[in-house]
Design a protein around this ligand. Structure first.
Ligand SMILES: Cc1cc2nc3c(=O)[nH]c(=O)nc-3n(C[C@H](O)[C@H](O)[C@H](O)COP(=O)(O)OP(=O)(O)OC[C@H]3O[C@@H](n4cnc5c(N)ncnc54)[C@H](O)[C@@H]3O)c2cc1C
Length: 443
């Protein structure tokens, strides 16, 4: 707080004295700072976008506001750490386009910055005949999406590539990799700051109001009544993207439903069972990729994630319950429809969360040599799953520039849905967002 208040001195250099006094009178002692663009949300999408905007527009003053006391605290720092190649996504979708572009941009970026990664590849394994048509469909999608060098392997070739993996057919993706996306996020923030951008931690945005400074009309306040004024705003708030959009007069839908994904750690003795990422053929009814085995850049191997309703937006554990958020989720007609449709699946996922052997059973389908004694409970992430009123799970990225009400709405762009592979796609998303902001706001 002290450091924030110290910036009042800095403020007087930015604003003419009278304007500064007017603002202090209106908003109190914690006088606002003025920025051309305020980016809200210091996950990988907000940080990449702030970086891209700062690189493209060196003369603009840009702020990055994050509610936690560090960057990448939520989805961007709690995920599988996979650099996806772009196989799964519907051809022509934003996900397909931005993932393929994002993978290439990511590898170039990681090389340039010397960030540790491994291009260890990925096997998507069909373990029974029923899965083969879906696997072939995925292969076809991969080709249509322009994923480079993917191959179909038969049972013998699977064994040659990964001797401990059983399957009857597989798709091999050599350019899939692993990285710590949290580290990448922090590197984006560093670039942003080096370009003159200013980042604020513990700035939990709670309101947007229209101020009387016509040049910087959007007044953004946080829980502690600190304020920042901006000409234009980009929000990339992940799990809170719906509530933050509502603050600017936008509709609540798509609503964010939090789904926790829990991982197990594989014991060090079994960590050499596979070199690559080993994935199942996903169930097409769900936007999740299924329980997979993933080597991490820190040397550990994780198995997961499952997908269970979290009892709060930041519900990393069963005990993290927010009565208010849970009540809102349960009252949402889209959630009720989805819950009815997938009640059986939901209950199974919950039992797999409680009883580790049930989760291990899923991985035993393709690696038999793993037992419950080889795993222990590991980390968890919470997915921000966007959902429509009719209960549909929204799969593609959604960047909503439909103006909310009044002058504020027309100055804000919301990133409303950036699910997996949002981390892989982050640099491509950032380019798209920067183009969109330039077109719409004409700066
Ligand atoms: C379990 C799991 C596994 C995944 N695996 C992969 C993978 O292997 N590869 C891949 O590419 N992608 C993966 N993803 C997806 C990827 O992690 C996300 O797409 C990406 O992190 C989204 O980034 P974000 O910046 O939109 O969201 P977040 O990282 O959630 O960031 C949003 C930020 O906004 C901040 N915020 C929210 N409200 C406010 C407010 N009012 N004021 C200020 N700040 C606010 C939050 O504190 C947060 O830091 C996975 C996701 C999960 C959950």
């Amino acid at each position: 707080m002290a450091s924030f208040l110290n910036k009042v001195g800095y403020l007087s250099k930015l604003l003419p004295r009278q304007e500064c006094l007017n603002h202090r009178r209106r908003y109190g002692l914690k006088s606002p700072l003025c920025y051309d663009i305020a980016v809200i949300g210091g996950g990988i999408v907000g940080s990449a976008s702030a970086r891209e905007l700062a690189l493209r527009h060196p003369t603009l003053k840009i702020a990055l506001l994050e509610k936690e006391n560090c960057f990448a605290f939520h989805q961007s720092g709690n995920n599988s750490g996979v650099i996806h190649a772009g196989i799964y996504y519907k051809p022509g979708s934003l996900k397909a386009k931005l993932c393929v572009e994002g993978l290439n941009l990511s590898y170039k970026y990681l090389d340039k910055k010397g960030i540790k990664y491994s291009k260890c590849g990925k096997l998507i394994v069909a373990t029974n005949r029923a899965e083969v048509p879906r696997l072939l469909d995925l292969y076809d999608r991969g080709l249509q999406n322009g994923v480079k060098d993917i191959q179909l392997l038969d049972a013998k070739e699977i064994k040659e590539a990964e001797p401990n993996v059983n399957g009857i057919q597989a798709v091999w993706s050599p350019h899939t990799g692993i990285v710590d996306w949290g580290e990448v996020t922090r590197s984006y923030v560093k670039d942003f700051e080096q370009c003159g951008g200013k980042s604020y931690l513990t700035f939990d945005v709670t309101s947007f109001i229209e101020g009387d400074n016509s040049e910087y009309p959007v007044v953004i306040s946080d829980k502690k009544e600190n304020t920042i004024q901006a000409k234009y705003v980009l929000t990339c708030c992940g799990l809170h993207s719906d509530t933050v959009a509502v603050l600017t007069g936008c509709p609540e839908e798509p609503k964010i439903i939090p789904f926790r994904g829990e991982y197990l750690y594989l014991s060090p003795q079994k960590s050499t069972l596979a070199k690559a990422n080993i994935y199942p053929v996903p169930d097409p009814r769900f936007p999740f990729l299924g329980v997979h085995l993933t080597p991490r850049i820190d040397g550990r191997v994780i198995v997961g994630p499952n997908a269970i309703l979290a009892f709060s937006k930041e519900g990393y554990r069963w005990g993290n319950v927010s009565v208010k958020e849970l009540r809102e989720i349960l009252a949402f007609s889209g959630f009720q429809k989805m819950a009815l449709k997938y009640a059986g699946f939901g209950l199974k996922e919950m039992s797999r969360s409680i009883f580790i052997p049930l989760q291990v059973k899923q991985i035993q389908k393709y690696i038999q040599n793993i037992t419950s004694n080889d795993v222990e409970r590991g980390p968890a992430g919470v997915r921000a799953q966007a959902m429509g009123k009719d209960g549909t799970l929204i799969e593609d990225f959604v960047f909503d520039s439909k103006p909310g009400s009044g002058a504020i709405g027309s100055r804000v762009l919301h990133c409303r849905n950036a699910p997996s592979p949002g981390a892989t796609s982050s640099l491509a998303i950032a380019k798209m967002i920067a183009d969109k902001m330039k077109d719409e706001f004409r700066f």
